[in-house]
Design a protein around this ligand. Structure first.
Ligand code: KIV
Length: 267
């Protein structure tokens, strides 16, 4: 039987009830199956795949076709989590018509229920047109990785009074434009608390403290696949770096010595 995906309405209801929303990124069908089995509420096919899958230094090179490819894989791998596809850099910052068509392609070809885009009040006309066209939009404020060069690096945002007021105003503008949720990344916890209190839509934090309505982490980060990546906000729930290296080393050793394959693994 086909399971019903968690909807934007359900996420809003959970936030209203004080039930926190768990979201992770995911990029392929195998991990999508595991993430669903683990009970995650929402899955983001994030443009972070440019870094953790493709090995780029930033998310900027990721294309719409690449995101669609990964969205399709994830959509095939799980049936219940709410699915959000990231609009890559350059696919929504230009003219609004092109942005709406790109978002529609992501939903139509990628099989996601919603799109995510980065930016504040200046994105409001684009978000209004998308939501009018039936495309649910998740906003993304604070440390927005697609603006890494504009921000001068991956730095915590909203630290000054002016920056905090602007971020709050941007969050209100996103809600007014029709966003159904907003990611708050890399901002002080008290600011995330203020924004979360001011908005009726759910806030999803990453490096934004405990007061958001939900949390998102990059799956490879929470699994500890990169031993060298240890930012303060990250809690590693496993050390897969070690597990993978140990397993592949043992395999390679056994192949070299002829211990594998043995009779038990031969036909
Ligand atoms: O691309 C991504 O994975 C993201 C999350 C970190 C929010 O945007």
């Amino acid at each position: 039987m086909k399971k019903k995906r968690i909807s934007t309405r359900q996420l809003r209801k959970w936030a209203e009830d004080g039930r926190k929303i768990s979201m992770v990124t995911c990029y392929d069908a195998t991990f999508a199956r595991l993430v669903e089995e683990a009970g995650a509420d929402a899955v983001l096919i994030g443009d972070s795949l440019g870094m953790v899958i493709q090995g780029h230094e930033t998310t900027l090179p990721v294309t719409l076709d690449e995101i669609i490819y990964h969205c399709r894989a994830v959509a095939r791998g799980c049936r219940r989590p709410h699915l959000v596809g990231d609009l890559p850099f350059g696919t929504y910052q230009g003219n609004v018509d092109a942005a709406v068509m790109n978002a529609a392609r992501l939903m139509k070809e990628g099989g996601v229920q919603a799109v995510k885009l980065e930016g504040g009040a200046h994105c409001a006309p684009t978000i209004e047109r998308m939501t009018t066209a039936g495309i649910p939009v998740m906003g993304h404020l604070g440390l927005t990785p697609q603006s890494v060069h504009q921000l001068g690096g991956y730095r915590i945002q909203g630290r000054t009074v002016d920056a905090a007021e602007k971020l709050l105003a941007d969050a209100c503008a996103l809600e007014a434009a029709g966003c159904y949720a907003v990611v708050l990344e890399g901002i002080p916890a008290p600011l995330a608390e203020r924004v979360s209190a001011a908005l009726a839509i759910p806030t999803i934090g990453i490096g934004a403290g405990p007061h958001c309505d939900g949390q998102v982490l990059v799956l490879y980060d929470l699994l500890g696949l990169d031993g060298a990546f240890n930012p303060k906000f990250l809690k590693k729930y496993a050390d897969l770096n070690r597990v993978v290296v140990d397993a592949v080393r043992a395999y390679a050793e056994e192949v070299k010595t002829g211990a594998f394959p043995d009779d038990a693994h031969s036909h």
